[in-house]
Every structure is written in structure tokens, then in C-alpha cells.
Design a protein around this ligand. Sequence first.
Ligand code: 5GP
Length: 180
Amino acid sequence: MQRSRIIKVKDKTFAVSISERTLKGQIKRIAEQINRDYEGKKPVFLAVLNGSFIFAADLLREIDLPCEISFVKLASYQGTSSTGTIREVIGLGIDITNRPVIILEDIVDTGLTMAHMIDTLKKQNPASIDICTLLLKPSKLQVKLDVRYCCKQIPDDFVVGYGLDYDGFGRNTKDIYTII
Ligand code: 5GP
């Protein structure tokens, strides 16, 4: 069945911008890189809730290393513009001391969320920390951030779908949509 190219989420309209097929291809590419780079290691994946839950599920099934996954919840967004405030809602349920950590994020925008998370995690002395994000808006970055794995760079437009929301809605699509 043909999927809609235009969707409405609450009061906003979005047009398809990244297809399911492209997402799957990019995720496979990143997973292969991680499988190579982390050969012989047992990484801990930390998925940032809520937005990364679908990305984390798809990526993890392409990883063939012995690994663990845990979930952290942070929030810096309300509606379609950043509030700049970062709250840690759910803490880390796993000992990351001397472990290689790979953070799984849905989208890096200003980079403040990732910078804050890295500062917090460093206190627990992990062996290493890498960022793996589905999407990155390079023009919005406000901090120096080393994003080792990125599936796709996008322009500075608000997107939903494939786990990403607009005010809680719009997460349940297979493609990614951009606001129009
Ligand atoms: P940052 O701290 O990098 O500015 O913000 C990262 C967080 O903002 C992401 O995890 C995500 O929750 C939210 N965010 C940033 N840009 C977008 C966007 O275009 N769409 C959605 N749905 N969330 C976004």
C-alpha cells in the first residue's frame, strides 16, 4: 500500500523527507562501521529515550558484537523550539566503569543534550564514549561535539517520525517527515 507523502501531526503539516529504505540502508552502514571499530570489545549502548527507541531497536539488530543496552531519559525540547533546559529523568541502570559506551541519539540539534550527557557519563569513568546519532543538524550545533557515527545530516528544519515526535505525537511512522 502507498503511504502518505503528507501527514498532519496535531496542528502542523509534514512532508516525507527520508524514506524507510534510506533509513534502513544508513543504519546498516553505521552498524557495519561499529561492528568493525568495536571488534573484540563489549560495548554498552545507551539509548536516549524517548526519540531513539525505534532507531535503537533497528540498529541493535544489525550489531553482531557481544553488547548490552540501557536507556536514559533526558529532555530539552517542548513543541518545535529548544527550551535550552536539560532534565535527566531516568538514570543509568548499568555500571559503565571501564566499558566502551556508545550513546544512541535520535537527533543532534544544538548538541547541548549530548554535551551534558557526556559530562555526566565521564564521572563514571567509562573506557570510551562515542556518539551515534540517526540525524544531525550541522548548522545548529552550538558546542564542539565529536559525532563519530551519523546516519544522515539534515537541514535546520523540524522533523518527525521513526520515533521522533511533535508534542508526543507522530512517532509511529516508518519514514521521516519534515515540517512544511
Ligand atoms: P539538542 O540538545 O541537540 O539541541 O537537542 C536534541 C534533542 O532535541 C533531540 O533528542 C530531540 O528530542 C529534540 N529535537 C531536536 N531537533 C528536533 C527535530 O527536528 N524534531 C524532533 N522531533 N525533535 C528534535
